[in-house]
Design a protein around this ligand. Structure first.
Ligand SMILES: Nc1nc2c(c(=O)[nH]1)N[C@H]1C(S)=C(S)[C@@H](COP(=O)(O)O)O[C@H]1N2
Ligand SMILES: [Mo]
Length: 326
């Protein structure tokens, strides 16, 4: 059952503010984000709720949330608190450091068109909201293990990548699925760093794409994703290092050639195609044996396939000669 949640601006009577405040909402959100002082006086009084505006408050899909939780995916640790998660990100399009959440508010995620091409019955484009209306929506609790040896635990909202693959109707000759992020340096200042191989690209085998764990994410913590997590559509592959989970996807290409990912292209000795979490294979510059759980100060042993072996180990049974990491 989907529970319809009240939108941020559908306030109870007692908290009502003059409508004019909400007319140019995007402008308001921008000025709040930029730290502009808002003077609480006369008809331009701004409620505290408005000042606390979240980037998803004006998202057209907000009414679909929260999605019903799929209880098949259980955790061995607590969910990371939302603020910790929201303020520690890798999203190089908005800067090559962790505090990109403010700059990421420049991401314009509507309209958002997704292209499906390559080895498919018929190439097509679809808008994110039309896609949401067709997909089986659910919430899952997943761990995310970054190759930099930190981890978080996140309630993701979205739909199985398999449902999307079925919808896309690939040909049987397709062996890989390549996913690409937007490329727009006017919006994302990090993309002015010309030495990176934009646009961010990642790929999986078709077998991995239809594995039940592979998940396309549209939301976090029961609401649409804030931009820093890769709104409006990003991947979550919990058994692989985080860099495989490409953000803000604009295209899905089915192909018979193995694509080269963003990080593999930058440094193929350090980042490979498989990138399955493996505590026994160190990164060339550091150990992967343990990880720091963000927001807790705990350091815990890292698990093979990030603890998801029961779902994915079979796929790699015949790949003993291919390093799982590289
Ligand atoms: N387009 C794009 N996708 C990306 C990245 C990026 O820089 N750009 N960083 C990756 C890395 S290294 C990680 S660990 C995760 C981080 O996801 P989070 O910031 O939502 O926790 O996103 C991945 N997807
Ligand atoms: Mo990462």
């Amino acid at each position: 059952m989907l529970i319809k949640k009240r939108r941020g601006w559908e306030l109870p009577e007692s908290a009502a503010t003059p409508e004019s405040v909400f007319i140019n909402r995007r402008q308001l959100i921008k000025s709040v984000a930029a730290g502009t002082a808002l003077i609480a006086s006369g008809p331009f009084f701004v409620s505290r709720a408005a000042q606390a505006a979240q980037p998803w408050d004006d998202d057209p899909s907000l009414g679909l949330y929260p999605f019903q939780r799929n209880e098949n995916y259980v955790l061995d640790r607590a969910i990371t608190d939302e603020e910790t998660n929201a303020k520690w990100n890798n999203f190089y399009e908005f800067g090559s450091h962790k505090q990109i959440f403010r700059n990421a508010r420049k991401l314009r995620d509507r309209p958002w068109t997704i292209k499906v091409d390559g080895l498919v019955e018929k190439e097509f484009e679809i808008g994110i909201d039309d896609l949401l209306a067709k997909m089986p929506l659910e919430e899952r609790l997943y761990r995310l293990r970054c190759v930099e040896a930190w981890s978080m635990t996140i309630p993701w909202s979205g739909f199985p990548l398999k449902a999307f693959v079925d919808f896309a109707r690939p040909l049987s000759s397709a062996k890989f699925l390549k996913m690409v992020t937007f490329n727009d340096s006017k919006m994302a200042s990090g993309q002015k760093q010309f030495w990176y191989p934009w646009a961010y690209t990642e790929a999986v085998t078709m077998e991995e794409a239809v594995n039940e764990l592979a998940f396309l994410v549209t939301g976090t913590y029961g609401h649409p994703s804030p931009p820093q997590h890769g709104a409006p559509l990003r991947l979550a592959l919990p058994w692989k290092y985080g860099f495989k989970s490409v953000k803000s996807i604009v295209s899905f290409t089915f192909t018979d050639e193995r694509p080269i990912g963003f990080w593999e292209e930058i440094q193929s000795k350090e980042y490979g195609f498989w990138a399955n979490v493996n505590p026994e294979v160190p990164h060339p510059r550091w150990s992967q044996a343990t990880e720091k759980i963000l927001g807790t100060g705990d350091r815990v042993p890292t698990l093979l396939y990030n603890g998801y072996g029961e779902f994915v180990a079979d796929m790699y049974a015949d790949k003993a000669n291919e390093p799982l990491f590289m």
